[in-house]
Design a protein around this ligand. Structure first.
Ligand code: SF4
Ligand code: SF4
Ligand code: FES
Length: 387
């Protein structure tokens, strides 16, 4: 047994007061969970402490919360580990020492109902419904169940592992800036149906998610949802898969998100490093085939961006202005190695992003098994093969 201090952000709406912090001392084995600590405090010190939980085994998804600033499940986080992190964070900020308080807050990006209980309906569930989270097959249903090859389901087993806890939503930086962003959990759910061989409306789904200005291209690749997810769903990976499929289907999006990704690939292939002066024009409208040359639309869009650029300069967000002058950015002296990487990737059908890798059509039987195992393993979830 060890003594821990948990510092809980509380909010009791019936009191008419704003949120406040309260500390509780608990006495637990380090291998028990932060949720066990909260339940002990509720049992021994204050029965009004509100926390949502059910299974206490990382299955039901009820106990999402922030622990030392990180979103996750209270029942899956050992209190001993939470203490170590609290001490590490204190030493990084110079306050040092051991036995620092373990800070527990309600999940972010959601309204707080009471103490650690958030309103999942207004953000999480509304967004889940937004992506039509059910199968849309065409034609007459079979007499019995739909039969699919196991291999064809590998690609979606990872997204199927979601327990709807909302930890990824809580940690999403894009959602903080744009509350209308569909968000990591709902987009992971969308991939679960886009990748399902029984669904017949893949194109319509992709078009809908790409066309929405708060859809798949609103994610900024911050990796936060991958860190937060307790089930290895890696929502950002699922978003990248949606983007890949939307690109393959030739879907144009109003944000030029797909063109933006192509622009990165094309500029680096030509110059070896990212020439930011070309990124804007290429993102808005890819230049003449194979060349880095602005089209009329690109020039029009760039002129329209001038007010944004001026705001960036005024607020100090744009400091390296010279980088935006065409021709200033140097080209790597030897481009052969870069071209060799591109050639290798194309030959082996690997993608130009870091999240998904694999060679299509090469799944042996034991790969199938490994794929399923990897897809549910948070440590290696990024190695899931493209089925
Ligand atoms: S990677 Fe994208 S979806 Fe995930 S937390 Fe960051 S912005 Fe949100
Ligand atoms: S993707 Fe992960 S973090 Fe997000 S709701 Fe599902 S299980 Fe929770
Ligand atoms: S209580 Fe069910 S996931 Fe934590």
């Amino acid at each position: 047994m060890a003594d821990y201090t948990i510092k809980v952000r509380r909010f009791q709406p019936e009191s008419g007061e704003g949120p406040y912090w309260e500390e509780f001392n608990v006495d637990l084995d380090p291998s028990l969970s932060v949720l066990d600590g909260l339940l002990q405090a509720k049992d021994r010190e204050d029965g009004s402490l509100a926390v949502r939980c059910s299974c206490r085994a990382a299955i039901c998804g009820s106990c999402g919360m922030k622990i030392n600033g990180q979103s996750g499940l209270g029942c899956k986080t050992q209190i001993g580990e939470a203490q170590e992190l609290a001490d590490k964070q204190a030493s990084a900020t110079g306050s040092g020492g051991e036995g620092n308080s373990i800070v527990i807050e309600p999940m972010g990006n959601m309204p707080v109902i009471k103490d650690l209980i958030t309103d999942m309906e207004s953000t999480h569930w509304t967004k889940i419904r937004r992506v039509t989270p059910w199968l849309l097959p065409h034609g007459e249903p079979p007499e019995r169940e739909y039969i699919v090859e196991p291999e064809s389901m590998i690609d979606i087993t990872q997204s199927m592992a979601c327990i709807q806890c909302g930890a990824c939503v809580s940690s999403c930086l894009s959602m903080e800036a744009d509350p209308d962003f569909i968000g990591p959990a709902a987009l992971a759910k969308a991939y679960r149906f886009v990748g399902d061989p029984r669904d017949a409306e893949t194109h319509e789904r992709l078009h809908d998610l790409a066309d929405d200005p708060h859809g798949i291209y609103d994610c900024t690749h911050c990796f936060s949802c991958i860190d937060a997810c307790p089930k290895g769903v890696a929502p950002m990976d699922q978003i990248m898969r949606l983007r890949r499929k939307a690109g393959e289907e030739g879907i144009e999006d109003p944000n030029s998100g797909h063109d933006h990704e192509i622009a990165f690939v094309k500029i680096i292939e030509k110059k070896g490093t990212l020439d930011e002066s070309l990124l804007l024009q290429e993102s808005f409208a890819p230049g003449v085939k194979g060349k880095l040359k602005p089209s009329k639309r690109a020039i029009r869009e760039m002129l329209g961006s001038i007010p944004t650029a001026i705001r960036g300069i005024k607020t100090g967000k744009m400091r390296s202005l010279h980088k935006l002058i065409p021709g200033v950015h140097p080209k790597l002296p030897d481009q052969d190695d870069v071209k060799a990487i591109y050639a290798h990737a194309e030959e082996h059908n690997e993608e130009f992003n870091l999240y998904i890798k694999g060679e299509e059509g090469e799944l042996a039987e034991d790969d199938v098994e490994k794929g399923i195992e990897r897809s549910t393993d948070p440590e290696t979830s990024q190695e899931v093969k493209n089925g």
